[in-house]
Ligand binder design. Structure first.
Ligand SMILES: [Zn+2]
Length: 424
């Protein structure tokens, strides 16, 4: 990704650095080339060169770029699960994924971790973004997901004679689990996304309390992935699936919905981050009827919503780590709505705006594996910055409105917002 060669100073706004520290009321950020040189009170700014590029935050907020920790670039706002796999050819889905990546960056998300994608699209999308061919968040790629045969993602009935090879590698046993991970090694993914449990979306045979992989399969995935320097995550709702994942050595959990005391203890001991992805559940409950969801499915999403919100509260209170993100790309929670997750965690779950922003920046960067480079506004880090016209701590929903963005910056270069490219 092309770095800025300019010196830029941002002033006249409260500075939220993403570490969880309280904001600095009259803050300033100094960027040299692509990195942050100073983040602190405006009164303490170092001497500035004459040709410094100035950005006025207009009394609003200067904060780190947001991190989407569970991003599905190839989901194109589908209303039916099977559309994810067979509705369009891979060529068209690739273009849709590119459009979704641009939209995410426009929405202030300067980084994202893929939660799985059709074929290997996210791996190549990441390369295209890094080579400045298309705009988008800095990506961590997952490629195809892994699920046990007959599990949540193995939905095409045999009589259709359609495999699932574009979206998911279906496995039976530890040997096939290893083989699936080895395929992904060659694809170039960084994260291996698995399906240890089912979901409320499939109430008959794979509901949210059903296991979709065995411990042996999960352990084989982790051992093979870790051997090749890849990390492992999984769709974990059922309590037993959460414990299996933690004991098998998973690096993060998606959802972590039904945590009991024992699961929470192991989670904290291993310091494993969780991405609850909960606004999806609320959107399913509220908008499910208009998309033909059955009452049973909606009831399951309600149970998931309440269980997931309670688990998220317990994890944060106990000092655990949560990432913000979540399955945007369905008809009832389309791409572009990403920041609704943040508002939801303040209004529905009861977190403070500052807690939510720390999850959405610092912890998100840690989940990506790039906590040393991005996620906070501290000297030496890459200048991925979001400047918002308004006080996001008194109204976090301002982040849902792109018209409020003065600038979205990656590596000191303005990529979106009202001020375009003064430092390019
Ligand atoms: Zn997902």
């Amino acid at each position: 990704m092309k770095a800025s060669t300019a010196t830029t100073v941002i002033t006249n706004g409260q500075l939220i650095d993403g570490t969880g520290r309280p904001p600095i009321a009259k803050g300033a950020l100094l960027i040299e080339n692509e990195r942050i040189r100073f983040a602190g009170p405006e009164a303490a700014l170092p001497a500035l060169p004459n040709d410094v590029c100035r950005i006025d935050a207009k009394g609003g907020t200067i904060m780190p770029g947001l991190v989407e920790a569970h991003f599905h670039p190839t989901y194109f706002n589908v209303a039916a699960l099977e559309d994810l796999d067979i509705k369009y050819p891979v060529e068209y889905v690739t273009l849709l994924a590119s459009a979704n990546a641009k939209l995410a960056l426009d929405c202030g998300y300067t980084s994202a971790r893929s939660g799985g994608s059709l074929f290997n699209i996210d791996v190549w999308l990441k390369k295209a973004i890094e080579n400045d061919l298309v705009p988008g968040p800095r990506l961590a790629a997952s490629g195809r997901e892994i699920c046990g045969a007959g599990g949540l993602m193995d939905w095409n009935p045999d009589f259709r004679k359609i495999g699932m090879e574009g979206l998911v590698l279906i496995i039976n046993g530890a040997e096939e689990a290893r083989a699936a991970v080895r395929k992904l090694v060659k694809d170039g993914v960084e994260w291996v996304k698995t399906y240890p449990t089912g979901d409320a979306a499939v109430p008959d045979v794979n509901d949210h309390h059903t296991l979709c992989m065995t411990f042996e399969e999960m352990h084989a995935v982790v051992a093979t992935a870790h051997n090749h320097g890849m990390k492992v995550t999984g769709h974990c709702r059922a309590t037993a699936g959460i414990k299996n994942a933690l004991r098998a050595g998973y690096d993060t959990l998606e959802h972590g919905t039904f945590m009991d005391d024992e699961a929470l203890d192991i989670l904290l001991e291993r310091n494993v981050p969780v991405v609850p992805a909960l606004y999806f559940e609320l959107a399913s409950v509220e908008r499910g009827p208009e998309f033909g969801m059955s009452q049973r499915v909606i009831d399951g999403h309600k149970e998931t919503l309440e269980g997931g919100a309670e688990s998220a509260r317990r994890i944060l209170k106990a000092g655990g780590r949560l990432g913000m993100g979540g399955d945007y790309g369905f008809a009832w929670n389309p791409h572009g709505d990403y920041a609704k997750e943040l508002t939801f965690f303040v209004k529905y779950v009861g977190f403070t705006p500052l807690e939510v922003l720390t999850c959405a920046t610092k912890t998100g960067a840690e989940i990506l594996g790039r906590g040393h480079e991005i996620g906070t506004l501290e000297p030496g880090k890459l200048a991925d910055v979001l400047i918002v016209d308004g006080d996001v701590l008194s109204d976090i929903s301002l982040l849902e409105d792109r018209r409020r963005f003065i600038a979205v910056m990656q590596g000191g270069v303005v990529k979106a917002g009202r001020v375009m490219a003064p430092s390019a």
